[in-house]
Design a protein around this ligand. Structure first.
Ligand code: ADP
Ligand code: MG
Length: 224
């Protein structure tokens, strides 16, 4: 068995302290295999985004261990986390998070500007945009693109570094169901063709049904 991309043991995340303390994630064990697609569901406030932020090295757990791509990242300083994030993880968010004053190709190029040497060489931004069906939209700005097209730019931006892991927080939450289905088609194609691992938070039953595994969170824990 190859090592999983994500391996979490007893991950807990607490915000604040004293009476104001909130335990957002509690004693979570989780593994994501190479090339696997796992969907996470759960009501608002159940801890999904917190867990995804820890998986994405945007935050550290209060306790527990997290091995990402074979390396313990649970206690690394911000600087090291940022580097690992840049090399290992692509992010896709509900609200796209594109820079509005940049063209599609400039948005896709951005992660490469922050890149340090090491790891696989990146893909060519034009080629990735062509792959997501945006060859004719390279010089358009986000305001000149539909919601589905904006999310395709975000996917291209996530893929350009050729990361082993893509994290998606409600990637179809702002799209109609047909467009959302097309975005899922695209993510699935990338998962299969590039053997990329996909961890995706969604409210949608239709989206979750396409994953290899579906897990549900409630009050910071998995629902059995
Ligand atoms: P979900 O994504 O499932 O809606 P979140 O992970 O965003 O859930 O939130 C889980 C819980 O943690 C909620 O009770 C939320 O209010 C709390 N929480 C999230 N982020 C913070 C924060 N930065 N500071 C304090 N509490 C937070
Ligand atoms: Mg959330």
């Amino acid at each position: 068995m190859p090592e999983p991309v994500v391996e979490m043991r007893a991950i807990t995340k607490r915000y604040g302290d004293g009476l104001a303390a909130v335990t957002a994630v509690e004693e979570i064990d989780f593994e994501l295999g190479r090339g696997e697609f796992v969907a996470i569901r759960g009501e608002s406030g159940s801890g999904k985004t917190t867990l995804l932020q820890i998986a994405g090295c945007l935050d550290r757990p209060t306790s527990g261990t997290y091995r990402l791509d074979g390396r313990d990242v649970s206690r690394l300083p911000d600087r090291d986390l940022a580097q690992i994030r840049n090399r290992t993880i692509g992010f896709v968010f509900q609200s796209f998070h594109l820079l509005n004053d940049r063209t599609a190709i400039e948005n896709v190029r951005l992660p490469l500007d922050y890149r340090r040497s090491g790891g696989d060489p990146p893909s060519d931004p034009t080629t990735v945009l062509e792959r997501v069906g945006l060859g004719p939209r390279l010089l358009h700005r986000p305001s000149e693109l539909s919601g589905g097209e904006r999310q395709r730019v975000a996917i291209a931006r996530a893929l350009v570094k050729r990361p082993p892991l893509i994290l998606c927080d409600e990637p179809t939450g702002n799209l109609d169901s047909k467009t959302g289905g097309e975005i899922l088609d695209l993510l699935e194609a990338m998962q299969k063709e590039d053997a990329v691992s996909l961890l995706l938070v969604t409210h949608s039953e239709a989206v979750a049904a396409r994953a290899d595994r579906v897990l549900t969170m409630r009050d910071g824990r998995w629902v059995e």
